[in-house]
Design a protein around this ligand. Structure first.
Ligand SMILES: [Zn+2]
Ligand SMILES: [Zn+2]
Length: 345
């Protein structure tokens, strides 16, 4: 069967290749891949910056934002049922993974579908551990391909609320920096909870942000510091300088959550008293969040379906490019909305 593979650590090695057919063994559910979202992680792996092939193998099958359909009844799933699957799997030797929280793995020895030591979903069939499958309701349909990036946002918001909630706190005003898939989905989840949201990004305008009832601000002609202060700031632009600045944008007891990645070696600037005075006297917290717990996947599917009911037209506009597997290069280069690879209708 056909698969999108890459040789991790080597650029220009991403290609379609014939890989051995997959059969479900005892304890596995056979899933046919329908559609897989593409994101910055796929691009970075493809550029040789990231990713690890499974043990004793050269190639890694890409694809971690999966929507699939169950091929055979079993383990609580029925043929024809839509599913997605968690990305990160247990390292098998740490406290967090023992408590079914590989999103908080303490060793870094975890595996991740399509990223780290485990083949992904960019192939026709995958044999999956039923415990890692997450059912997608029929009503959500193809929008289920957004479950993975939504789960990242759900974890970020759950942790933000836990951190904020360690003391009396109200989440009234939130700022989301960045309007890629993660920034947009975070905006929609916050709007679902009726939080007053401002979303800031480089583009002059963003209709999808405004359709959610959030305010859109272009950072091209506005300083973030002119927007006032917030109970929660989410950085989803992947800019370390902006990440540092989030601390200065917090109200008393405010929480700043970092979701973007910025690997550039650079010195970032922060006005001394913002860190040395305000962070202490105003009980601020800055934290990072990665991946998602199973409960975040369940919340993601639930909230996506609620968002679809509330903003049916807007949700349909999240995926702006759907391409067959062999046109992966165009999907990788796509900007302005999410691109997906369609393996089956
Ligand atoms: Zn992704
Ligand atoms: Zn672990």
């Amino acid at each position: 069967m056909q698969a999108l593979v890459t040789q991790p650590g080597h650029t220009h090695t991403t290609r379609i290749e014939d890989v051995p057919a997959v059969e479900a063994r005892e304890g596995e559910v056979l899933v046919r891949t329908l559609e897989v979202g593409v994101c910055g992680t796929d691009r970075e792996i493809s550029e040789g910056l990231f990713g690890i092939a499974p043990q004793d193998e050269q190639l890694l099958v890409l694809g971690h934002e999966a929507l699939g359909v169950v091929e055979q009844d079993g383990y609580g799933f029925t043929r024809g049922q839509l599913v997605t699957a968690t990305v990160r799997r247990s390292c098998c030797h740490c406290l967090a993974c023992a408590e079914e929280s590989p999103d908080s793995c303490l060793t870094g020895d975890y595996s991740e579908r399509g990223i780290t030591r485990l083949h992904g979903y960019d192939r026709e069939l995958v044999a999956e551990d039923p415990e890692q499958l997450v059912a997608i309701p029929k009503s959500l349909g193809r929008l289920g391909v957004l479950a993975e990036p939504t789960s990242i946002c759900e974890r970020a918001l759950r942790h933000s609320r836990t951190i904020g909630g360690r003391q009396p706190w109200q989440l009234e005003r939130a700022l989301v920096i960045g309007a890629g898939a993660i920034g947009l989905l975070a905006t929609y989840l916050l709007r679902l909870a009726d939080v007053e949201v401002t979303t800031a990004s480089l583009e002059p305008e963003n209709e999808l942000v405004e359709q959610s009832g959030a305010q859109y601000v272009s950072t091209h002609d506005n300083e973030l510091s002119a927007l006032g202060k917030f109970d929660l700031v989410i950085e989803a632009a992947g800019n370390a300088q902006l990440m540092a600045q989030t601390l200065g944008l917090l109200r008393r007891s405010g929480v700043a959550c970092l979701l973007g990645i910025d690997p550039h070696h650079q010195t970032v600037e922060l006005d001394g008293p913002v860190l040395g005075v305000d962070t202490i006297l105003e009980n601020h917290v800055l934290f990072g969040s990665v991946n998602a717990h199973r409960q975040d996947w369940l919340a993601a599917v639930d909230d996506l379906d609620r968002a679809r009911e509330r903003w049916p037209e807007a949700l349909e506009q999240f995926v702006t490019l759907r391409l067959p597997l062999d046109r992966f290069q165009e999907a990788f280069e796509h900007r302005g909305g999410k691109a997906t690879l369609v393996l089956s209708d």
